[in-house]
Design a protein. Structure first.
Length: 317
């Protein structure tokens, strides 16, 4: 396995990392994470998932959207269309550089909406969503939680350090870090540089997109037609009922849906933090993707029919 760094796009550059297997199977995965105000725990998890998939012969493309360090762009200019455009550019790069025949998508939290919008144009492509926000209202709620937590954390820092920044490596400063990969992640190495100032979603055009009609519900973004979908809950974040509605709506549109629970996230002062290893989440996600990328196409299912793919621990139809 090898890992390549790419700077793509013009005039503003998007930073990407591609994980290449020694022997490719012909399948590829695009990972869509959230913009700068989303939780940081998924970065390390996506790196470990990418390496697990590359070990199974699957190429993986990761990237950081414009406005998210170390990519170019002003975070205060974020829009949903810009996030989708950057993801589409990363998908084009994956196809151009590797010639993959089949593609799948992984989206985490807010990134699930981006992954769904992109997958809509790739009929039958497998999609995995980790703790997806169910709709635009959920994305705004997620951002509001992050803003409240950040302010509380900054207030705690001020009391604990007298206003001085916490030293590097302080566990209290790193409590959003999931267990790192065994080897340094090329993308994370660049993230060690001083990041751009944090941006509040409510100060960006993206908030207007979410409050208006630009962003639809998760099921509407994904669209109709047969495809395999895995929805994974990593925490009790209050959206269980909404995700059940998404699952039911997707099944009614001909999507074959598997659901799983891997409670590897907790909450501290409103911030998502890991409470146990995410290894099971990564193992099951990788197994699910490999099984479906190895198959030519998934046969269509009746709208009320649950998924019938290989049985994976922790996954239930």
């Amino acid at each position: 396995m090898r890992e390549e760094i790419d700077l793509f796009g013009s005039p503003e550059v998007v930073f990407g990392c591609r994980h290449l297997p020694a022997e490719a199977s012909g399948g590829g995965v695009l990972v869509c994470l959230g913009p700068p105000f989303d939780t940081a725990v998924d970065e390390g998890r996506s790196a470990r998932l990418a390496r697990r998939l590359a070990g199974a012969g699957v190429v993986v493309q990761r990237f950081r959207s414009r406005g998210t360090w170390p990519s170019d762009g002003d975070p205060a200019e974020l829009t949903f269309d810009r996030l989708v455009d950057d993801a589409r550019s990363a998908l084009d790069l994956l196809r151009d550089r590797t010639g993959v025949r089949q593609v799948a998508f992984v989206g985490a939290r807010f990134g699930a909406l981006v992954a769904a919008r992109l997958a809509r144009d790739v009929p039958g492509a497998p999609v995995v969503l980790w703790s997806p926000v169910p709709d635009a209202r959920g994305a705004l709620e997620l951002a509001a939680r992050a803003r409240t937590a950040r302010r509380a954390h900054e207030a705690t820092d001020d009391r604990a350090t007298g206003g001085a920044p916490r030293p590097a490596g302080d566990p209290a400063a790193d409590d959003l870090s999931d267990r790192p990969p065994l080897a340094p992640d090329p993308l994370a190495l660049h993230l060690a540089d001083p990041p751009a100032p944090e941006v509040d979603l409510f100060d960006t055009p993206l908030a207007v997109d979410l409050a208006g009609s630009t962003v639809r519900s998760l099921a509407d973004e994904l669209g109709a037609g047969p495809r395999p979908l895995l929805v994974v809950d990593t925490a009790d974040d209050g959206w269980a009922d909404e995700r059940e509605t998404v699952v039911a709506s997707c099944r009614a549109r001909g999507v074959t849906v598997d659901v799983a629970k891997h409670p590897c996230d907790g909450e501290r002062a409103g911030r998502v933090v890991p409470t146990r290893s995410a290894d099971e989440l990564i193992d099951d996600t990788a197994a699910w993707l490999v099984a479906r990328l190895a198959a030519p196409t998934s046969p269509p299912h009746r709208p009320d029919e649950p998924g019938d793919g290989p049985v994976i621990p922790g996954v239930a139809p």
